[in-house]
Design a protein around this ligand. Structure first.
Ligand code: AMP
Ligand code: MN
Ligand code: MN
Ligand code: MN
Length: 273
């Protein structure tokens, strides 16, 4: 229930992603590009052809205080005006942020990275840090894209540029206005102290959030139990998703993660019967 394509920072086209899902025996897959639903129409055609169920989705960038959160919208109507307009509004800031990232890298002695990253972004309105990471790899400045985040692009590193994304309440309301279910993506990735973690989960619930990811390629296996407990204690539905970005970058392919524990209620019970 969590995968990317070339419409954001994935490496496979929507068609190639669905073909991979069909090959690995997946019967239902969500495409959840960052801040865009541009890939869903192409994915739907491939899904129909290959007999795979496509769950139309999106992964929305949110600012909660100084923390960036990712909220998945699953089973959304990509034509819903509130969602279309909301996503357009948050994509707008990406070019300006990209210029600032490039300026920071230039100050570190690496010029020209805006153009390099921009050339790697197939969807020019969705320039992201992963495109900078791939360009830094291309330049030989790092040994892999992970190292580009660890050395330059992650929060606290010298080319990290803080950015204001959507408000949590707005993101959830766009998803719900589009008939979708809001799922907090990879809750283990936010480095929040327990008190703030509970406040964030409370705000997410109050905004209309219904589910959290438990089993995801963005959690270490030893974290699954923690988030399983949180889902049960807070009464959230649970989701499972590879957060797949493509060969060589994501170790876990769609459909290869362990199943959710039987005590959890999967988010897809909200629409699949
Ligand atoms: P952006 O929305 O442009 O800030 O990019 C966010 C994306 O960058 C995430 O979805 C991941 O694909 C990638 N990313 C963010 N932080 C890291 C990290 N520490 N290590 C590897 N990839 C990361
Ligand atoms: Mn990504
Ligand atoms: Mn994410
Ligand atoms: Mn993701």
């Amino acid at each position: 229930m969590h995968n990317h394509s070339t419409c954001s920072d994935g490496l496979l086209s929507p068609t190639q992603l669905i073909e991979l899902a069909a090959r690995t025996g997946v019967d239902a897959i969500a495409l959840t590009d960052h801040d865009t639903t541009d890939g869903l129409a192409e994915a739907a055609i491939a899904a129909q052809r290959l007999g795979v169920v496509l769950v139309p989705g999106v992964e929305i960038s949110v600012s909660w205080g100084d923390t960036t959160l990712h909220v998945l919208g699953l089973q959304v109507d990509p034509e819903a005006p509130a969602l279309v307009e909301g996503l357009r509004s948050i994509r707008e800031g990406r070019h300006g942020r990209g210029r600032k990232i490039a300026a920071a890298l230039e100050a570190l002695g690496i010029p020209g990275t805006f153009e390099g990253a921009h050339a790697l972004a197939e969807n020019k309105s969705m320039l992201g840090r992963a495109h900078f990471a791939r360009h830094l790899l291309e330049l030989g400045k790092v040994k892999d894209t992970q190292a580009a985040f660890d050395k330059y692009l992650a929060k606290g590193k010298p080319a990290y540029v803080p950015h204001r994304w959507a408000e949590l309440g707005d993101a959830v309301s766009w998803i719900r206005a589009a008939g979708g279910v809001a799922v907090l993506a990879h809750p283990g990735r936010y480095a929040l102290k327990p008190m703030f973690r509970d406040e964030m989960l409370g705000d997410f619930r109050a905004a209309g959030g219904e589910a959290i990811e438990v089993v995801t390629g963005s959690h270490r296996p030893e974290e699954y139990a923690t988030w399983q407990r949180v889902a049960l204690e807070h009464g959230f539905l649970a989701s499972r998703g590879a957060d797949y970005h493509g060969p060589g970058e994501s170790p876990v392919e769609p459909g290869r993660l362990p199943a959710l524990h039987a005590s959890l209620t999967p988010v897809w019970t909200r629409w699949a019967h």
